[in-house]
Design a protein around this ligand. Structure first.
Ligand code: SF4
Length: 325
């Protein structure tokens, strides 16, 4: 099951419907998500005392989704809460947080927004990241591995790829999502989880009171298996050293595996996701919580309630509050 598996869905009456991807607005969430990410970061900058040289309503507010689409249903999912830090808040204060709250050079905010909204390349480095030595160091390490992945020919998947799909998010993320492999949309765009399943994952993350830019998202394999088939064991084995290094650099406090493939590989088990989901495991000393792949949830909306239970457990493990409804 690839990131962009997008077979027909029926989202009619499930209380988790707000995680569905059926509204017209779901056709443009990449831009909306970017705007939300910008808003979070701008709010964090303002909280640190930085004065923007422009109106915050320009351009972020213009891209805000209608309220009804932005908020989960009152009866099912909690509403998104404001986030005042560029990273998921941690119970402990460390030097990297302190470094990220310092003042930034004048004018850099507008420049970054313009760069980010060009969308020709993923906006990987924000002013906050540039001002944070630890974040910058991790980004450089990740960029180096990304360069290796782009040149990789270790398995046959390189032959048909359009782009490699390395990973995206905060290099200091406390929470990491691991999927299976790129689908068509991801292969085209070079970013994980950007198809319909990716939009659902974004909504799941927002329902947690977080945002895509505050977590890290990667896959077991970095090149698309043709026809959205599962990557072969040999392909997973060939590619895993890259993911292993990503995990080592990011040092997440919790990994959420999405679906069968990453769960079985990371946990070295043959037990299926239906039995594994919601069962806290560990990989290399890091807690691992398996849950359903968003593409599965698109086809099986009844699984959304169990997936939400898993995400609530993830919040509990990270000592994060459950967003208010
Ligand atoms: S899937 Fe991984 S191992 Fe295979 S070619 Fe792509 S980057 Fe290399």
């Amino acid at each position: 099951m690839s990131d962009s598996d997008s077979r027909p869905q029926d989202l009619n009456s499930n209380p988790m419907d707000s995680m569905g991807a059926s509204s017209p607005d779901s056709e443009m969430p990449t831009l909306l998500d970017l705007a939300q990410g910008l808003r979070f970061r701008l709010e964090a900058l303002k909280a640190s005392g930085w004065e923007p040289g422009f109106q915050l309503s320009d351009p972020v507010d213009m891209l805000q989704p209608p309220q009804a689409d932005a908020q989960p249903e009152a009866s099912s999912l909690p509403a998104q809460t404001p986030i005042s830090s560029p990273s998921i808040p941690s119970p402990s204060t460390d030097s990297s947080e302190a470094a990220s709250s310092g003042p930034l050079p004048a004018g850099v905010g507008r420049e970054w927004i313009q760069k980010a909204t060009q969308k020709s390349e993923p906006a990987l480095v924000s002013p906050i990241e540039e001002a944070d030595p630890e974040r910058k160091k991790r980004l450089e390490l990740l960029h180096e591995i990304d360069r290796q992945v782009r040149a990789c020919q270790e398995c046959p998947l390189h032959e048909s790829r359009t782009n490699t799909v390395f990973g995206v998010g905060d290099p200091c993320a406390r929470l990491m999502f691991i999927g299976e492999g790129p689908g068509y949309d991801e292969d085209q765009q070079g970013e994980p989880f950007v198809g319909k399943a990716g939009k659902l994952l974004d909504k799941m993350i927002v329902a947690m009171g977080l945002h895509r830019s505050l977590v890290y998202i990667a896959n077991i394999v970095k090149c698309r298996p043709n026809g959205n088939r599962d990557p072969l064991p040999t392909e997973q084995q060939a590619c895993f050293p890259y993911l292993s290094q990503q995990i080592e650099i990011i040092k997440p406090e919790l990994i959420v595996t999405l679906g069968n493939v990453p769960t079985k590989y990371l946990l070295d088990t043959q037990v299926g996701i239906t039995r594994m989901r919601g069962q806290l495991q560990s990989y290399d000393g890091i807690p691992v919580l398996p849950t359903f792949h968003p593409a599965y949830l698109l086809r099986n909306p009844n699984g959304k309630r169990e997936a939400w239970d898993d995400l609530k457990m993830a919040l509990e493990i990270l000592n994060l509050p459950l967003p208010k409804k």
